[in-house]
Each structure stands twice: as C-alpha cells, then as structure tokens.
Design a protein. Structure first.
Length: 335
C-alpha cells in the first residue's frame, strides 16, 4: 500500500471515530458510560437479552467440541440472534430458515456453520411462506388459510410455496456423529409448539430449549409438554421461554443452580415455578387447568423436612426464594 493510500485510510478512520464520539455525545437518550461502567457492561445480541441466560447455563458444559446449537427459524445471523453470542464464544451449529435470503446471509457471516434453507413443521406438507415488511415476522401457513396478516398487523408483500420438513428429519441429515445439542432455539411464528411435539426427545435431548410463545394458552401447553419430557422452566423473557434438562450430570457440566437441580430432588412431574402471590400472573394457575403436577410451598417445605430427617442435613434448595418471571380480525390478502 502506497503512503498516500495509507494516509487516506488513516484519515477516514479518524473521521469515523470522531463522528461516532460526537454522535454518542449529542444523541438524546444515548448512555454515557464511564470507564468502570464499560468494564461492568454486558452485551447482548438477542431481542430481549435471552442470550445472556443461555450463555450462563451453557458455559460450564464439558467436552465443548461435541456441543452445538440448533437455531430453527434463525432469521438473521446478527439481528435478534440468540446464538451469535455463543458463536463469538467459539460455538458452531445448524441454522435453519425458510428464507433463502436469510440463509445466504448466514453463509456470509457464519461459513463454518451448517446453514439450511428449509421450512420446518411437525410433518412434511405443502405450505405458503409469506414475507412481510418486517422480515422477523415472516411465517408459513396452510394454502387454504386466508388470515395472513401477521402478529403486528402487517400484510404480506410476497409469498412462496414450499414443502415443510420435520426437525427430526433435518437433524438426522445435518447432525454429525457424537455431536450433542447444547441449545435448541425455536422461533417459527406459530409452528413452534408443533415442532416441539414432533421432536424425538429420546434421540436428540437438547440441554437447553428456548422457544417463543405469544399466547397464554400456548405458554401453558408448552410448559406442560416440556415438563412431561423432564425439563424445568428456568427463565422467561416476555415471549421467550427457556427450559433446561436437569438430568445432565454435574460432571458433564450440568447446572447446579437451585432452580435446575430442584427437579431432581422433587421427582418426575413436579414443576418448580416461583410465583407471585396475587395469582393473576401465576403460571401455576394456568398449568393447573391442564393437569400438570405441581407442588405448593407447603408441600415443598414438607419434602425438605423429610429430606432433613433422612439425610441429617438437607441439601435441597429452598423453593420460596423470590423470583420474577415477566409475562408478558385480519383481512384476507390477495396476492
């Protein structure tokens, strides 16, 4: 590179840096952090910070090379990504999306991942993939479905006919021998629960499951289904539910957090669910109508007392620790 080009490049970099500093100082509402505050700041690429919790539970896994993430409805390698923080930490995995443009973008940003263009559902069937002004809300619907306005009220700007594939089929094709799923992230705008129901939990058994739910009833159904599979709800970020497999042994990196380990001491079918006392926002109330086994605080204390008698000193976590889980007609479109 000639000296002239080098000087020009240096000047452009300096001008860009000055512009960023001025913009940060003048823009209203922009945080002005001290050096100490920058040191303590934690970054997130996810829409609501979900990736911070995912990294918290995944960072202790042993034999890191065998663990991968599977992102179903991946949408974008950067925007609203629950897996980019893991990717930056050295993880790789499988990104699946029904948008060919999204898959091309993943190929450019994560060439080491397996980036798959596919529409995912519970079974193979014919669907229409609708594209909207907000690509994060793109979704698939049955050809006969006329309610095509998306969740934020947008009408589609285009559509493509596709044939869906089951997640079991895709995993069988793209998972490598000896690999295990550390994170299964599902965001398929209405197909999420169908995908969960059809998954072969014995064969694949992800350690963490992050899935979106936009209605109270769907949330309760998902909690019941994942509880029946032996998972425990460890967090909720508005519409994103995060479940953890408590059966992963500690020597393999399984979490020792009280919320996770409780399901081992409580036994199959019990649901650890900290709740507010007002009842209105309690998922225990939602799940009770669906027949999900639950334990009250009084029952939990009784179990702890029994454990103390048997073992001399109880090592079971207390179940009454305060915790907050935030809870969060269309017109036909003629293309």
């Amino acid at each position: 590179m000639s000296p002239v080009h080098l000087v020009k490049k240096l000047l452009r970099w300096m001008a860009s840096a000055v512009a960023r500093v001025i913009s940060a100082r003048l823009a209203p509402g922009r945080p002005r952090l001290t050096t100490d505050e920058w040191v303590g700041c934690q970054f997130s690429f996810a829409q609501l910070g979900e990736d911070r919790l995912l990294v918290f539970f995944l960072q202790g896994l042993r034999e890191r090379a065998q663990w991968v993430y599977v992102d179903v409805g991946a949408h974008d390698p950067i925007l609203y990504s629950n897996t980019l923080l893991l990717h930056k930490a050295g993880w790789s995995g499988i990104n699946i999306d029904a948008s060919e443009q999204s898959v091309h973008r993943f190929q450019g940003h994560r060439p080491g991942d397996r980036n798959v263009w596919a529409a995912v559902s519970d079974v193979s069937r014919q669907v229409v993939y609708y594209r909207y002004p907000s690509p994060a809300c793109n979704r698939i619907l049955a050809p006969e479905d006329l309610d095509v306005v998306n969740i934020i009220g947008e009408k589609p700007v285009g559509s493509t006919r596709m044939t869906t594939r089951s997640l079991n089929n895709l995993l069988a094709e793209y998972m490598r021998p000896a690999e295990r799923i550390g994170l299964l992230n599902i965001d398929c705008e209405g197909e999420d629960f169908k995908i969960l129901q059809a998954l072969d939990w014995v064969r694949w058994r992800p350690y963490l499951v992050a899935v979106e739910s936009h209605t109270r009833d769907t949330t309760a159904e998902m909690c019941r289904h994942l509880t029946e599979q032996g998972y425990v709800l460890v967090g909720q970020f508005l519409m994103t539910l995060v479940f953890c497999d408590p059966t992963l042994p500690e020597e393999q990196g399984g979490s020792t957090h009280p919320i996770v380990r409780h399901s081992v001491t409580a036994g199959p079918g019990d649901l650890y669910q900290p709740r507010r006392d007002d009842g209105e926002h309690s998922y225990r109330n939602q799940l009770g109508d669906l027949g999900v086994a639950q334990i009250s605080r009084e029952e939990a204390r009784s179990k702890e007392a029994a454990n103390e008698k048997e073992k001399g000193a109880s090592k079971s976590p207390r179940l009454d620790r305060p915790a907050t889980l935030e809870t969060s007609k269309e017109t036909p479109w003629k293309g």
